[in-house]
Design a protein around this ligand. Structure first.
Ligand code: GLU
Length: 277
């Protein structure tokens, strides 16, 4: 009787352990494991022209998409075996931590705060925060021109929203939406005066509405775009860093840029140096 009970308890403990690891309580799965099985799930943006865009026909285009496909290729996965998953700014760490994506390529700035939860390969691009306004706006010319009457839109969980809170909180009325396309709609219909995020993102929207929207001022932060992946997945991170190096060295990086963001008129910068921290 006594023995039976301890066996039952033992089985119960084992069952709990199995459930815990299946729910992500155990070791996080490596992106390389998915790749070795022939598929990858990659987090991108769906609404950022030139960077990560889901087209009406269901296809995906943009510089982040090109980077993701090149990296996947170096891990042995062909484009048709990539499943893209929409990854809004505020959800990126969680999607990685929960194992819902193998990696994220979504205008994702490498920051120390994010590195507490995820790791980053890269950077594969360096952008800077800027401002988007209606073309006929002559009052907003840069961050120093923002005042307490300015309605400024940015995205929840993004570094530009955080920078506004840290540096310009006194000056503006910050409105945070889930996506930049929602901010751009608010700008077009006059609900907000300006949108702030990385210049390369804003350039894509300005190109979508020529003569209606413009990017103003000089970039006032440095946003180093990395590929986010599970914390501690060092082997995958090293392989992705190698892939980024190769993408730059073999001319694919420049070609991908010209085919995507290049159309907006955003000048191609020098490629960054991968940081193997
Ligand atoms: N690069 C910035 C960030 O990671 C802004 C762009 C975005 O929200 O995706 O927060």
């Amino acid at each position: 009787m006594k023995i039976n009970r301890s066996i039952r308890m033992g089985i119960g403990v084992m069952a709990i352990a199995v459930v815990a690891s299946a729910c992500g309580g155990g070791e996080q799965r490596s992106a390389l494991q998915s790749a070795s099985e022939g598929t990858l799930t990659v987090g991108i943006k769906y609404d950022q022209p030139g960077l990560g865009l889901r087209n009406p026909d269901g296809s995906f285009t943009g510089f982040d998409v090109e980077v993701a496909e090149y990296v996947a290729g170096k891990l042995g996965v062909t484009p048709e075996n990539i499943t893209f998953k929409e990854s809004p700014s505020a959800q990126r760490e969680t999607l990685i931590e929960n194992g819902e994506v193998d990696f994220v390529a979504a205008t994702y700035s490498i920051t120390d705060a994010r590195k507490e939860k995820v790791d980053f390969a890269g950077p594969y691009f360096i952008a800077g925060q800027s401002l988007l306004v209606q073309s006929d706006n002559t009052e907003i010319t840069g961050p120093e021109s923002l005042n307490d009457g300015t309605k400024l839109c940015s995205v929840t969980g993004s570094t530009p929203a955080q920078t506004v809170k840290d540096r310009y909180a006194q000056d503006v009325q910050l409105q945070e939406f889930d996506t930049y396309s929602a901010c751009v709609e608010a700008l077009r219909n006059g609900a907000v005066d300006a949108v702030t995020t990385d210049d390369i993102i804003l350039a894509g929207f300005a190109a979508q509405y020529p003569g209606e929207l413009k990017v103003v001022g000089q970039p006032f932060t440095e946003e180093r775009y990395g590929i986010g992946l599970a914390k501690g997945d060092d082997e995958a991170r090293a392989k992705i860093n190698d892939a980024i190096d190769e993408m730059i060295a073999d001319g694919s990086w420049e070609r991908a840029f010209n085919d995507t963001v290049g159309a907006s008129g955003y000048p191609i910068p020098a490629p960054p140096t991968v940081d193997r921290y």
